[in-house]
Design a protein around this ligand. Structure first.
Ligand code: HEC
Ligand code: HEC
Length: 348
């Protein structure tokens, strides 16, 4: 460990510090497939159904917003807005994280409130600022009114109670587990392809490590040590006060504290993955930093109390760009219709 890392590890909790030693510089190659939970084994039928549901705006109250509206998998897996726009243009206070590689995270959302993709997928349809459906039953009623979905749920989950809110979430989660972006230049470099990264990116990798960015952004996802499902790696943000605090309103949202109501979690946030981060502007939980350069400057100052030269900032950005993986080609699914019946206009 270098000096900054040693200094930093004192700031981290003891448990985190213990894990630190084993995880630093332990950046790994992204696996080609994600583990699946025993109670939701992946099948082709589930994945196909989940894909359709992911793209289907009928999961939202007025039929205008699908998961893909805010997590666009034709590109960055996000909406590239500071904060997302739900039904009737309603805005929340947080920025949509990319859905790419979410399958590898052990705690979901900026504050880590959901443990699994299955659990997470049940939130958006009922969130009044996102898809705004009044209840689980109302969602199930809609699904039941689409005959081809009923058939597909039965194929995927068996005949008994096939169309349910839980199974909707399971199908979506099974699809999300396929959203993986392998072979980033950095992954190829680790696999032995010495020319995969540019010289500037290699320089940036060194600056990233020597500055201590990887005390938090370590491991395969650059999101901290690998932890069991349901556990997140949380850190205070901002850790040092600076002009950025006010400029970007970094402290009004209390982060993890909003979930636990425990004082020590005040302004603590899950350390986010840096894979594909060059595609997902704007940055931070409130989308306040509009460019990657600026996000790097803010991080250096608020998390490490460092002012980086512009050369170092652009070297780190080149390194972060080398974490962009190959986006799999996605074909838009064909969504099943409801003949002579506009489901949405019939809804109260
Ligand atoms: C209106 C925009 C919007 C819609 C629609 C939406 N999301 Fe999100 N999603 C967000 C935002 C914002 C967050 C971050 C929430 C937070 O941290 O408080 C998020 C977080 C997530 C995460 C966690 C990612 C991570 O890195 O932790 C997953 C997974 C996810 N959404 C999947 C879905 C699925 C599946 C659907 C459809 C059922 C969906 N989202 C619909 C905006 C949206
Ligand atoms: C003490 C832990 C810690 C250190 C050190 C750290 N980060 Fe972060 N990083 C975080 C946390 C926590 C967040 C989430 C901030 C938020 O909630 O908005 C974050 C967010 C980011 C983001 C924005 C991600 C997004 O999707 O919006 C980037 C880029 C980033 N860090 C890069 C770096 C770089 C480069 C360094 C070194 C100069 C660094 N970080 C050092 C903890 C850390």
């Amino acid at each position: 460990m270098n000096l900054i890392q040693t200094k930093l590890s004192k700031l981290l909790s003891t448990a985190a510090a213990a894990l630190l030693a084993s995880s630093i510089a332990n950046a790994g190659i992204l696996p080609k497939a994600a583990l699946t939970p025993a109670d939701n084994l992946t099948t082709a039928e589930k994945v196909e159904l989940g894909k359709q549901l992911f793209f289907d705006p009928r999961l939202s109250f007025d039929g205008t917003i699908s998961c893909n509206s805010c997590h666009n998998i034709m590109s960055s897996g996000t909406d590239n807005r500071a904060t997302s726009s739900g039904i009737s243009g309603r805005r929340g206070v947080r920025s949509a994280p990319t859905i790419w590689n979410a399958a590898f995270l052990t705690a979901l959302s900026w504050d880590g409130r959901a443990a699994t993709l299955e659990e997470q997928a049940k939130e958006p349809p009922l969130d009044p600022l996102q898809m705004g459906m009044p209840s689980e039953a109302a969602v199930v009623e809609r699904l039941n009114a689409i005959p081809a979905y009923v058939a597909q749920f039965k194929t995927a989950f068996g005949d008994k109670d096939a169309v349910s809110y839980d199974n909707m979430a399971k199908a979506i989660a099974a699809f999300e587990r396929t959203l993986i972006t392998p072979n980033s230049p950095h992954d190829r470099f680790l696999a032995g392809e010495k020319t995969a990264m540019s010289e500037q990116a290699l320089r940036g990798k060194k600056v990233f490590e020597q500055s201590g960015c990887n005390t938090c952004h370590s491991g395969t996802n650059f999101a901290g040590p690998s932890l069991p499902i349901g556990q997140g790696f949380y850190q205070r943000f901002p850790s040092y006060s600076s002009e950025y605090n006010k400029k970007y309103d970094l402290s009004s949202d209390k982060g993890r504290y909003e979930v636990t109501k425990v004082k020590k979690d005040m302004n603590r946030w899950r350390v986010p993955s840096l894979r594909n981060v060059a595609l997902t502007a704007p940055y931070f939980h409130n989308g306040s930093a509009s460019t990657l350069d600026e996000a790097v400057r803010v991080m250096a100052k608020t998390q490490l109390n460092l002012k980086l030269s512009e050369q170092r900032v652009s070297d780190i950005v080149a390194f972060l760009e080398s974490l962009n993986g190959e986006l799999p080609k996605i074909n838009m699914p064909r969504l099943p219709g409801t003949i002579n019946n506009s489901l949405v206009s019939n809804m109260k």
